[in-house]
Design a binder for this molecule. Sequence first.
Ligand code: ZN
Length: 177
Amino acid sequence: MNCNSCNGSKHSNFINPKCFFTNAQLSVVKCSNCGLIYLHPRPEKKLGLEYFENAYSNAKGFDKIDYYRDVESIMNRNKSRWELISKLNAPNHKILDFGAGQGYFVKIAQNNNWNANGVEISGEGRKSAKLNLDVNLKSALNELKTSDFGIITLWDVIEHLEDPKQTIIDLCNFFTS
Ligand SMILES: [Zn+2]
């Protein structure tokens, strides 16, 4: 699998973490041409979706993984993210969280009086956001009523995408349409 950024075919090993979901040894490599660090092979969209449906419904052993379960830690993680973002000079205080998960970041932004929207592909993520936080997430960009956002965030997203470059291009096209 070639580099998603420069299409280079040569890479070196970077790290080998274990997949939460399958317990398989993963391979993260560094492109010898442009230096991009990426999961190799990149996850198929179908597997990516299956991963998050299980993560957000706490199925298939995800109930033992604090990263998706410990609400206090999740809130703290997203408060740190908010600290970072709230310092930026967003022209209209309108923000889109792309890959919004269970909606925690959107909720914190809304609590701080920003006009915050989220897009989340996982139905379980959207269900959890509605149930636990009363946050309404959209399932796709074309469900949004506006593309007039000052900031787009993608927390914990890029590494899960089958084609990150295309996703960024799609986002750019959407926001300039
Ligand atoms: Zn590259």
